[in-house]
Design a protein around this ligand. Structure first.
Ligand SMILES: [Mg+2]
Length: 165
């Protein structure tokens, strides 16, 4: 299985509606931890404006998080004014499929956006969705993620090498 993302960007804010339309993407499935908020639950600077602009351009957005912390995820979802799914068990397919049904979009029309290869990118691949890997908002991770990070960095390194960067 291909475990590489389709795009590797510095931040969700680098995702423009032009870029999405070029790839026939009509909806975004957004990760929360380290993608939209940092370890201390601070929302990424400018995330609200970015999300509003993208929605105004007709792109549907939805949060799909593995977190079970309702208050934390709901706070982000309310600020961005988008729906959310908790405890999604990424990289398993169920959360992604529920999101695509709610958005009424085909898998090929959806891009999964997240900071982790093993949950976000592999989950997207399994569902035939477009995969956008972003750099983590802050360097600090919860323990389980910290353990996986060195392996992910190797995968990213090899991805960049393949792309000739
Ligand atoms: Mg994450």
């Amino acid at each position: 299985m291909n475990i590489y993302p389709d795009l590797y960007l510095d931040s969700v804010k680098n995702i423009s509606s032009e870029l999405l339309k070029k790839n026939n993407i009509k909806g975004l499935i957004l990760d929360v931890d380290n993608t939209l908020i940092d370890y201390y639950k601070n929302l990424l600077d400018g995330a609200e404006k970015w999300c509003k602009d993208i929605k105004d351009d007709g792109i549907k957005c939805m949060i799909v998080s593995n977190s079970h912390k309702k208050e934390k995820v709901e706070t982000v979802a309310k600020k961005l004014e988008i729906p959310y799914i908790l405890f999604a068990k990424k990289p398993f397919k169920s959360g992604f499929i529920r999101a695509s049904e709610q958005m009424k979009l085909a898998p090929e029309e959806i891009a999964v956006v997240g900071d982790q290869i093993f949950t976000d990118v592999i989950g997207a691949r399994r569902c035939n969705m477009f995969a956008i890997l972003v750099k983590q908002v802050a360097k600090k991770d919860i323990l389980i993620t910290a353990v996986k990070r060195p392996i992910e960095n190797l995968v990213i390194k090899s991805y960049l090498k393949r792309k000739g960067k």
